[in-house]
Ligand binder design. Structure first.
Ligand SMILES: [Zn+2]
Length: 256
């Protein structure tokens, strides 16, 4: 079954709405990814995971994928260059417009599938605003948080996705190796300074910080340990985890 919104025609999408299809909106960011990876990393990865998820899930429930939301909240990357960011109001307005369009066409089960750390807090707030306002079970997840147990078994140098790291570099190597400069991986090992939680002795307080405070080159993690083979396993594990979530009836039908 065709799963890409952009490849489908209006009568097919009207039919999919009637059948109760799940709509996945991949939400990403365009930002610096150190000296060895291109700025498209978050868009590439979450777009591919969304595509694989929809294909897998379609065995039990119709699922389709909108085009990737390519810019999000990345102010913390701005001082390292290469980054395009929205502010919260603009981000919320874009996602509200997309979700409102979908619900007006009869789609109800909507997943904002996130692929960028800086979007996590905002997406929780946005879903809490939009679900009651649009009276639909609008949900969000971040793929590496959902797939954490599987990712921990695949990765050797880190417990989960960090930034321009073993995990992200592996997945880009699996999909677009021509865009990776592994000769620069030795210059992208970090963090180069401790996190705020370590400095103040608690993770229970939050303060905004530029990424630059923690990493002079823009990467956090160890891309030297990356491989295409690991990347393929990570992508498959992520799609498995998201497909398991969206094919669970209770996820959509539990009382709101
Ligand atoms: Zn990102």
């Amino acid at each position: 079954m065709e799963t890409q919104w952009w490849n489908l025609k209006a009568p097919e999408l009207r039919d999919l709405a009637k059948k109760g299809a799940v709509v996945i909106i991949p939400v990403a960011s365009t930002e610096q990814h150190g000296p060895h990876l291109p700025t498209q990393v978050d868009c590439l990865l979450v777009g591919e995971i969304a595509r694989r998820t929809a294909e897998q899930a379609s065995n039990s429930v119709p699922a389709i994928v909108t085009p990737v939301v390519w810019t999000g909240l990345a102010e913390h990357h701005m001082s390292l260059g290469a980054t395009i960011s929205l502010d919260f109001d603009a981000f919320f307005t874009v996602l509200r417009g997309i979700c409102t369009s979908l619900t007006r066409h009869g789609f109800r089960k909507i997943l904002l599938l996130n692929g960028h750390g800086g979007n996590i807090a905002a997406l929780t707030v946005i879903v809490n605003e939009l679900a009651p306002a649009l009276d639909a079970p609008i949900a969000t997840t971040t793929y590496w948080l959902l797939a954490q147990p599987a990712f921990a078994k695949i990765l050797e140098k880190q417990a989960n996705v960090r930034h321009a790291c073993e995990a992200e570099t592996s997945m880009v190597l699996a999909l677009k190796p021509e865009l990776v400069d592994m000769s620069q991986a030795t210059n992208a090992v970090g963090p180069t300074a401790p996190e705020l939680a370590t400095v103040i002795g608690t993770a229970a307080a939050h303060r905004w910080q530029s990424f630059r405070v923690r990493t002079s080159h823009g990467a956090i993690g160890d891309p030297r340990a990356a491989s295409a083979e690991k990347g393929e396993r990570l992508l498959a594990a992520a799609a498995d985890a998201v497909a398991a979530l969206i094919t669970k009836n209770e996820f959509w039908n539990a009382p709101a």
